[in-house]
Design a protein around this ligand. Structure first.
Ligand code: NDP
Length: 248
């Protein structure tokens, strides 16, 4: 779990995909730093497990089953927010990896709809729910793949590069309105999915990273907390690579 000592008391945070993997670490980190957190996730199983694990934060953490690709579902979650909020972490994402020759339109559509249009839906529909009288933060989770491409991930790389374009444009448009908008680009991060790979493969992956290890979910959560903090108010439109230097 992230443990930067920023204080988020009196702040309210929305985390999409916040019940599993990187998003769950982001959720826990903000809760421990005093924030109220709204977890919007698609997976019923992950939501239930997260609710159980976070039972000591009753009243501070709120769970909604939300599909970011479905505008009706996002609108319903926005209406449930009640009070204005301050930080939006657009984290929900999926992969449907195949070489371009084998990639079907359904693989393309699923990834673009979730990883790019999902950000449009959530950001657009939640815009009115930000606290008008406080600093506002949008943090979009991209990927190193959005910067450099990757074999078998045409759909994912296109979506994650799109997230970067969207981040920079929103940073320009919304800066005057009290927002900062930034992206975080994770490298190889240890999640349930990566940890299911054979040890040998994991070792090889780590060996390609200049700091010689895979990233922890807390590395991403820490970056999000920093960008969300009042102390980061002059950082706008940046892409923060959190990848141990893999792309160098
Ligand atoms: P996980 O699959 O572990 O968690 C993502 C969560 O988002 C899951 O609970 C998932 O539900 C949910 N989700 C999927 N689709 C939707 C949707 N339409 N609406 C709402 N929630 C949804 O992913 P990671 O933690 O690995 O990844 C988080 C983010 O970080 C993603 O944007 C990913 O692209 C990015 N990233 C991850 C890296 C890594 O190494 N793990 C590296 C670089 C970037 P369900 O399980 O039902 O799909």
């Amino acid at each position: 779990m992230g443990n930067i000592q920023f204080k988020f008391e009196n702040k309210s945070v929305v985390v999409t995909g916040g019940a599993a993997g990187i998003g769950f670490d982001i959720t826990k980190s903000f809760l421990h730093a005093g924030a109220e957190v709204h977890v919007w996730d698609y997976s019923e199983t992950a939501l239930k497990a997260a609710d159980q694990e976070l039972s000591s934060f009753k009243g501070k953490v709120h769970f909604s089953q939300v599909d970011v690709t479905n505008r009706g579902s996002v609108t319903a979650a926005c209406e449930k927010l009640g009070k204005p909020f301050h930080v939006l972490i657009n984290n929900a994402g999926i992969t449907r990896d195949k070489s371009f020759g084998k990639m079907g339109p359904e693989d393309w559509d699923a990834v673009i709809n979730t990883n790019l249009t999902g950000l449009f839906n959530v950001t657009k529909l939640a815009m009115e729910k930000f606290d008008p009288s406080a600093p506002k933060r949008i943090i979009n989770i991209s990927s190193v793949v959005g910067l450099y491409g990757n074999f078998g991930q045409t759909n994912y790389a296109a979506a994650k590069a799109g997230v970067i374009g969207m981040t920079k444009t929103l940073a320009k448009e919304l800066g005057r309105k009290g927002f900062t908008v930034n992206a975080v680009a994770p490298g190889f991060i240890k999640t349930a999915m990566t940890m299911a790979m054979p040890d040998e493969v994991l070792k090889q992956m780590a060996g390609k990273v200049p700091v010689n290890r895979l990233g922890e979910t807390s590395d991403i959560a820490n970056a999000c907390m920093y960008l969300a903090a009042d102390e980061a108010s002059y950082i706008n439109g940046t892409v923060l690579s959190v990848d141990g230097g893999i792309v160098l």
